[in-house]
Design a protein around this ligand. Structure first.
Ligand SMILES: Nc1ncnc2c1ncn2[C@@H]1O[C@H](COP(=O)(O)OP(=O)(O)OP(=O)(O)O)[C@@H](O)[C@H]1O
Length: 285
């Protein structure tokens, strides 16, 4: 099968996860028996309440964390042991990179990540994300900073893009343009996207696949057609929004109120030394 511009979809990486269980260094369970098969060229939306395991899964997919052997394969390759080319993971540690808060100009930043080489992509991203190249990064708003960061992260033509909720600061139009850009990317290039987000605005019609996570497990997943999320409901929510709301309500009922169970609420508690996202050391095989 080819996409709109005749790029064979098959050339894009597939993402296969097979009975993946993962425990953190303190012994608590991160993921339990996750199995997924995301086809080449797919755009997957990763849905789940805070703490469901989305970041844990994305970090394992990116190769930043060591998964048990034969549990993850991206384009047929284990991302940790083989150091996959072309995987871009944009998450918290990338957002926290202090360079984008210094008195530095936008062209220098874009050039530092390949902007002089990928000039067409650079110019397109500057336009789509409505970036003023005269900005100096110590004197911009959070949303403006985020737009520059996104342009930086996306300039290199990745083959797999793993996005961990990094569009929160974008205004509605920037986010809509950004999502349209990602959509187009999967149409004109051989690439595959997994996007974890809580914000469903403009997302109806975007994903090809949905993955619903709860407490470290995948509760359901599959092609978006399976879920009947096409239109807008009378509530004003998209059907996708309604579906996700129902999922999260069920999850809350199932889990019950938070009562200090082990393993809860540790994600960003301590970014130093003990794991958490931001300062982790890559564990050698
Ligand atoms: N380094 C760690 N050690 C122990 N437990 C952890 C660690 N990092 C995260 N956890 C726990 O693992 C669970 C899943 O966290 P994860 O960050 O994957 O969730 P998430 O779905 O991405 O949540 P959010 O929507 O809030 O970003 C949480 O209960 C969290 O407290």
């Amino acid at each position: 099968m080819s996409n709109a511009n005749g790029v064979p979809k098959e050339q894009a990486p597939s993402i296969e996860v097979n009975s993946l269980s993962y425990a953190f260094q303190d012994g608590s369970s991160g993921l339990q028996n996750v199995t997924l098969s995301l086809p080449p060229g797919s755009r997957t939306l990763l849905i789940g309440a805070n703490g469901a395991g989305k970041t844990t899964l994305l970090r394992l997919l990116s190769g930043k964390r060591l998964a048990p052997k034969k549990t993850i394969s991206i384009a047929g390759i284990d991302p940790f042991t083989s150091g996959l080319e072309g995987v871009t993971y944009l998450g918290l540690e990338w957002v926290l990179n202090p360079i984008v808060r210094t008195d530095i100009d936008v062209p220098t930043l874009l050039s530092s990540v390949g902007g002089d080489y990928y000039t067409e992509r650079r110019d397109e991203l500057v336009q789509i994300l409505d970036i003023d190249t005269a900005w100096r990064m110590h004197a911009v708003s959070d949303g403006e900073r985020r737009r520059v960061q996104l342009a930086m992260g996306l300039i290199r033509p990745w083959r797999v893009l793993l996005l961990d909720e990094i569009t929160v600061d974008l205004d509605l139009l920037s986010r809509s343009n950004f999502l349209a850009f990602l959509n187009k990317e999967t149409e004109i290039r051989a690439c595959t996207i997994v996007y974890a987000t809580h914000i469903l605005d403009n997302l109806a019609g975007w994903p090809t696949h949905l993955v619903h996570m709860h407490m470290g497990k995948v509760k359901e997943w599959g092609n978006v057609d399976k879920f009947d999320v096409g239109g807008i409901r009378r509530s004003g929510n998209s059907q996708l929004g309604e579906l996700v709301l129902e999922w999260l309500k069920d999850d809350l009922r199932e889990r019950g109120p938070r009562g200090g169970r082990p393993g809860e609420g540790k994600t960003y508690e301590n970014l130093e030394g003990r794991g958490g996202y931001g300062n982790e050391k890559k564990i050698e095989a």
